[in-house]
Structure formats: structure tokens, C-alpha cells
Design a protein around this ligand. Structure first.
Ligand code: NAD
Length: 445
């Protein structure tokens, strides 16, 4: 199938590369000439595990190309996928539709023959109708259907998720459009759930899912606060909860709050849509407010750990919003760093993949280290903010020798508490009350 993808970002690029790998002829279109120039010169523009290899394989095979020209990609396409951003509106926090509207208007004049226009971007309910109207206005003779094809990939696992989707949701109002999407996903037939629904249902499924997951994270974070006060251990509590298949064991890791390019904006957009429709969504609103507060609380926790030290040096491990990605959009780690900077903190940070992205945002406001041990040199506290696997293997004896004070605030519960205490560290995790180091060490012994 000939596929054009508009928007070559965290969704568009892995989707394009994945569809090329399945044998489709893919043209990725982006309005950012620098991005397209980089991709055309063989340079991958974002980090995702396994993406670079597939990108090179498929560009070499001529199955995927990159252009800034709508004409080049759209004219021959059987299917056009819109994967542009839908960031929060700066004032109302609803999904800002300017990129979607621009893409729909720009593509319209180049449609030739019957074409399915599918929206992978996360868009408010009713957007399919708007896109239909925009295209028809610009090109009254166009023969097309608009389909909602929400994306459920997880950043950090985009390639894996492309080839192993939990579900494929298709919101199509015509049989002809449904058949085009069925053909596209033929390689997954019988291997995953494929759900065909009304277009408006499909648009809602994406927001309903993301808001639910955000609420789940907020819930376990509040439960972690409760554990800290009562002496229960959140890891054990989450384990016990997760054994109930009705609850499920995923998204029960407490931390510094949810972040990334989806949950914060999608919860706000859902809340806005609910208000517009006179529906009260108290849970979503509580999660939004609680999540904002949580990041401040984490910053306070770190500052509190060094409150008696003059001009303390803070070592930060992790800046990406989660492991496996270089994406720092709405990263709790970044928000915590910004918060610490408001208190004039002296910060040195390290992230295995997000140093470039973070540096573009933070500039010289903080110092950057080449690895996790360099980051710890002369630090008065170590704050672990992203759950990168490599941080788990931190040699605590070596860390203790490098740091000025042996102090850890582990916002991801990554380190082994007994080992931290045995190495003489003061340790704070999430949802764990560590009141008596000697007793804990005796229990371990
Ligand atoms: P992104 O910002 O990484 O990429 C968007 C790209 O679209 C940019 O490269 C931009 O230059 C390009 N663009 C914007 N307008 C254009 C136009 N008119 N013509 C051509 N190119 C244009 O965004 P993303 O993270 O890939 O997200 C895209 C959409 O997918 C959003 O709606 C998001 O909510 C949704 N989504 C994202 C994820 C994720 O994990 N990132 C997961 C599921 C859904």
C-alpha cells in the first residue's frame, strides 16, 4: 500500500518505519526542513530502541522516503496518516488543533482517487467531522473518508509496540474505509484485537484510556504517601494489589508524578471537553491537581535533605520523562529541576539518552556530567528522577567515596535500600518509611 504520513515525530517516524518494514511504500512528510534534511542524510532524529537499525534497512531498500512536500507524498497515496502534534492550548489547555487543521487543509488539494485520511494524532471528539469539512471545502471533488486510528504506543517501546500492538482501534464510518485499514493491518490479523467502532467512540477511547492510566498513577502515588506515614511498604502493597486481575499489575509504580507528551496534555484536554459538555469529571481533575503538587513535593523533599548544608550540590540522575527515551516533554524530572533552580540550587545532571534534549531546554542553568559517577562528584545529595535501568547498578561504595555527603532521594525506588544503608547513606524512597537503620540492618543480617 502507498502510505503518506504527515508529521515525522515520536509517532510518525516509528509508524512510518514500521509500515515500511511490513512492505508498504511510505512517504514521511514534515514541515521541519532540518528534520527532513537529517533523515535524508541518514541521521535518525529521535531515540527509540531498535528504530535506527530498521530506519537504515528500509531507507536502503527504498521503501521509505522523507520530504517537506505535501504534493510528493499525497498525490499517490492510498492512505494518508496524520501524526502531527496536538499540544495543550497555552490558555485554555484544550488540545490545540492548529497543526491538525493546517495539515488537513494543506493535504486536501493533492488528493487523487479514493483516499483514506486517518488521524493518529490524539484529537478531541468530533475532529473527524472537522477534518472532513476542511478537506471538502478546499477540494469539493475529493473522494475520501476520514478515519480515527488512535495511537497507543509507549515511548521507549515504540518499535516493539508497533509490531506487538495490544489493540488496534479503528473509528470508521464507511465499509470502504474499514477495508483499507484492514488491509494495512493484515499482518496482525489473528494476533491482536482489532476493534471497529464509530469514529467518535474511537476518538474518545484514546482520551478515556490515557486519563484512566494517569488516574491510576496518581492513585498509587497517593497510596505511597499513605504508606510513608503508616509504615506500610508501597512495593508490597502494589504487589498485593496487582495480583488481582481486575486491577492488573501495571502502572502501579509510585514515583515523582506522571509526565511525557501525552498524559498531562490529554488529561487537561479531557477535562476541558467534559466542561464544554457540562459533564463533571472529578477524578481527572483531582489527578491533574495532585500530579502538579507532587512534583513540587519531590523538589521540597530533595531540598529538605540538604537544608543544613550551605550551598549544597545536587546530583540529578535522569532527565527524560521515563526510561528508554530522549523525550523531556512535561518530564517530572525537568519540572523538579526547574523547581530546584527557583531555589538557586547548584545542579549537575546525567541522563543516558536525554542530555541533548535537556541541554536545549536548560542551557547553562545546570552542569552536565558524562556518566553517573562524574555526576556524583562532590554532591551533597543524589536525586534519582528517571527509572533508567543503568542507575540500578550504581556501585554505592564508589558513589559514597565520590560524594561529599552520603544522601539519596530515590524518587523511583530504584536502589537497594539495605545496600544504601549498609554503605552509610541516608536514604529516602517513595512510599517507604525508613525509621530505624540499625533495626533494618539487623533484620537483613
Ligand atoms: P511530535 O511533536 O514529536 O511530532 C509532530 C511532527 O509534526 C513534528 O515533526 C512537526 O514538525 C510536524 N508537523 C506539524 N504540523 C505539520 C504539517 N502541517 N505538515 C507536516 N508536518 C507537520 O509529536 P508526537 O509525539 O509524534 O505526537 C503526535 C500526535 O500523536 C499527538 O497528537 C500525540 O498526542 C499523539 N500521540 C503521541 C504519542 C507519544 O508517545 N509521543 C503516543 C500516542 C499518541
Amino acid at each position: 500500500m502507498k502510505v503518506a504520513i504527515i508529521g515525522t515525530g515520536y509517532v510518525g517516524l516509528p509508524t512510518g518505519v514500521g509500515l515500511a518494514e511490513l512492505g508498504n511504500e511510505v512517504t514521511c512528510i514534515d514541515r521541519d526542513p532540518q528534520k527532513i534534511a537529517a533523515l535524508n542524510s541518514g541521521k535518525i532524529t529521535l531515540y527509540e530502541d531498535g528504530l535506527e537499525e530498521l530506519f537504515h534497512k528500509n531507507t536502503a531498500a527504498g521503501r521509505i522516503k522523507f520530504t517537506t512536500s505535501m504534493k510528493e507524498g499525497i498525490e499517490t497515496a492510498d492512505l494518508v496518516i496524520i501524526a502531527v502534534g496536538t499540544p495543550p492550548h497555552p490558555v485554555t489547555k484544550e488540545a490545540d488543533m492548529k497543526y491538525i487543521h493546517a495539515a488537513a487543509t494543506e493535504l486536501a488539494e493533492y488528493l487523487q482517487g479514493y483516499t483514506v485520511v486517518a488521524t493518529k494524532s490524539t484529537v478531541p471528539v468530533g475532529t473527524g467531522d472537522d477534518i472532513e469539512a476542511l478537506i471538502s471545502k478546499k477540494n469539493p471533488f475529493a473522494d475520501f473518508d476520514v478515519v480515527s486510528l488512535p495511537e497507543f504506543l509507549r515511548e521507549g517501546f515504540a518499535v516493539y509496540d508497533f509490531f506487538h500492538p495490544d489493540r488496534i482501534v479503528v473509528g470508521a464510518n464507511t465499509e470502504k474505509a474499514r477495508n483499507v485499514i484492514k488491509e494495512l493491518y493484515q499482518p496482525f490479523a489473528g494476533k491482536t484485537n482489532m476493534l471497529f467502532v464509530k469514529r467518535r467512540s474511537s476518538e474518545t477511547i484514546k482520551y478515556a484510556s490515557n486519563a484512566f492510566l494517569a488516574i491510576k498513577i496518581h492513585y498509587i502515588n497517593e497510596m505511597a504517601d499513605f504508606c510513608e506515614k503508616t509504615g506500610a511498604d508501597i512495593t508490597e502493597v502494589a504487589q498485593g494489589m496487582g495480583l488481582d486481575t481486575r486491577i492488573g499489575n501495571r502502572f502501579l509504580n509510585p514515583g515523582p508524578g506522571y509526565g511525557g507528551s501525552c498524559f498531562p496534555k490529554d488529561t487537561m484536554a479531557m477535562s476541558y471537553m467534559a466542561r464544554q459538555n457540562d459533564v463533571e469529571m472529578t477524578l481527572i481533575n483531582a489527578a491533574i491537581a495532585g500530579n502538579t503538587k507532587r512534583k513540587q513535593q519531590m523538589a521540597e523533599r530533595i531540598l529538605n535533605a540538604v537544608k543544613d548544608i550551605p550551598n549544597p550540590k545536587i546530583a540529578v540522575l535522569g532527565l527524560a520523562f521515563k526510561d528508554g527515551t530522549d523525550d523531556c516533554r512535561e518530564s517530572p524530572a525537568m519540572d523538579i529541576v526547574y523547581n530546584l533552580l527557583e531555589h538557586k540550587a547548584d545542579i549537575t545532571a546525567y541522563d543516558p539518552k536525554a542530555m541533548g534534549t535537556a541541554c536545549r531546554l536548560l542551557g547553562d542553568k545546570i552542569s552536565y556530567a558524562d556518566d553517573m559517577y562524574a555526576c556524583l562528584k562532590d554532591a551533597d545529595v543524589l536525586a534519582i528522577l528517571t527509572e533508567w535501568g543503568e542507575f540500578k547498578s550504581l556501585d554505592l561504595t564508589r558513589a559514597g567515596l565520590l560524594m561529599r555527603h552520603k544522601n539519596i532521594v530515590d524518587c523511583r525506588n530504584l536502589l537497594n535500600i539495605e545496600s544504601a544503608l549498609a554503605n552509610g547513606f541516608k536514604y529516602q524512597g517513595i512510599g517507604k518509611k525508613i525509621e530505624n537503620k540499625e533495626k533494618l540492618l539487623r533484620e537483613v543480617a
